[in-house]
Design a protein around this ligand. Structure first.
Ligand SMILES: [Zn+2]
Length: 385
């Protein structure tokens, strides 16, 4: 397809300079400026200024929606912390721990992140757009009554629950590609067969939040609708291909979702300083392309990603593929084709292939094969497979 006749169904990119400028401090790995770098790259590669693409500035979510997931006492404490108050009770709920510092304005900032995700969901549900991306959302670790893993307000759970309130029959799939298990989202929908939860992540044996074992498959009516795919340290694109082809594609085909909410955390990529997975953005591209093939509506969200450049590159490519556009450097001719910034090390937005060393790979493949066998036996029958 050429850029002239790509889909005209509409897509939305959630972004504001103000939100991307929020600072967690020099020692904190979470850098909202990744969103600014992504936005910059999307502009430079010609994948954002199109008539069907709108930019949405996130506004704070209505506070009445927060209790769709969070408990009121936690919200009160978070709001107080945001205004500079410090109470011992906050620490019991994760507020003020090193991962989740007490930052002035963190409550309001989190409300905007959640507002962006919910507004994007609304546009998808009413049919105004078919593709949305909020690189300032994706806070999958926030629990009902606690902050953890750099997450304070769970924009994902609130947006899905709000959509389910308005459209009770909606079939939503949640696909989490972040290196860390999507524990907060799992907690919210563990007994709900209306949401198919799938998380591919580094095993909880070696990485926070230490959960997401394949044996966690949901409970009650939701049995079989929570799917966890742990991968061993050193897992590369071949391992990802195996679990994605054997499990994710088949389950999505069977479940046939109306919408996929995708957490595109980029911390499973090879250079990420916080995790031990070794994927390249070719895995992300594959996932995004397949999602687009299998489902009419996609709400993509940010998440982890602590190698800023690689994260921005990955998200720019993901956004391009969601819009069925091929990114081309609009300045390449002007500067003699020289690369600068995030794509310098590879000479393009596409990562070079990376393969793990034989011994590490053999273990990762073998373990992935066992997870696949387990899920085929325990989860597939629930979906008629
Ligand atoms: Zn993560």
């Amino acid at each position: 397809m050429t850029q002239g006749n790509v889909q005209r169904e509409g897509s939305v990119f959630v972004y504001s300079d103000e939100m991307a400028g929020f600072d967690f401090g020099p020692d904190h790995p979470f850098k909202p400026e990744r969103a600014a770098k992504t936005y910059e790259l999307c502009n430079r590669y010609g994948v954002i200024k199109h008539p069907w693409i709108k930019i949405l500035k996130p506004e704070p979510i209505e506070s009445s929606l927060l209790t769709l997931f969070h408990d009121p006492r936690y919200l009160t404490l978070l709001e107080k912390a945001s205004q500079g108050e410090v109470l011992l009770e906050m620490l019991e709920r994760g507020i003020g721990k090193p991962d989740n510092p007490i930052l002035p304005g963190i409550f309001e900032w989190s409300l905007k992140g959640a507002g962006g995700t919910r507004a994007a969901m609304d546009l998808l549900m009413t049919g105004e757009v078919t593709i949305a991306f909020n690189p300032l959302g994706g806070f999958h670790h926030a629990g009902a009554g606690r902050a953890e893993g750099f997450c304070y307000i769970n924009d994902i759970v609130i947006a899905i629950k709000d959509a389910k309130t308005k459209f009770p029959r909606i079939r939503a799939a949640y696909l989490d590609l972040d290196a860390h298990h999507g524990n907060g989202v799992q907690e919210a929908f563990y007994d709900d067969p209306g949401v198919l939860f799938i998380s591919i992540h580094e095993t909880g044996k070696t990485l926070y939040p230490w959960s997401g074992h394949e044996t966690e498959t949901g409970e009650g009516d939701g049995k079989g609708f929570t799917v966890n795919i742990p991968m061993e340290p050193g897992a590369d694109d071949d391992v990802f291909d195996l679990v994605f082809d054997e499990i994710v594609i088949r389950l999505l085909e069977a479940f046939s979702p109306d919408i996929i909410v995708a957490e595109l955390g980029a911390d499973a990529l090879v250079s990420d300083p916080l995790t031990h997975l070794k994927l390249t953005n070719n895995s992300t591209i594959k996932a995004v392309t397949e999602m687009r093939r299998l489902c009419p509506k996609i709400l993509a969200l940010g998440g982890g990603g602590y190698d800023l450049y690689r994260t921005a590159r990955c998200w720019t490519l993901a956004w391009s593929k969601l819009n069925r556009l091929e990114p081309t450097d609009e300045f390449a001719g002007l500067v003699g084709g020289m690369m600068f910034g995030p794509e310098m090390e590879v000479g393009s937005l596409y990562d070079h292939p990376y393969r793990s060393m034989a011994e590490i790979k053999e273990i990762a493949m073998k373990k992935a094969g066992r997870v696949v066998d387990y899920l085929i036996k325990e989860v597939f029958p629930v979906h008629g497979l």
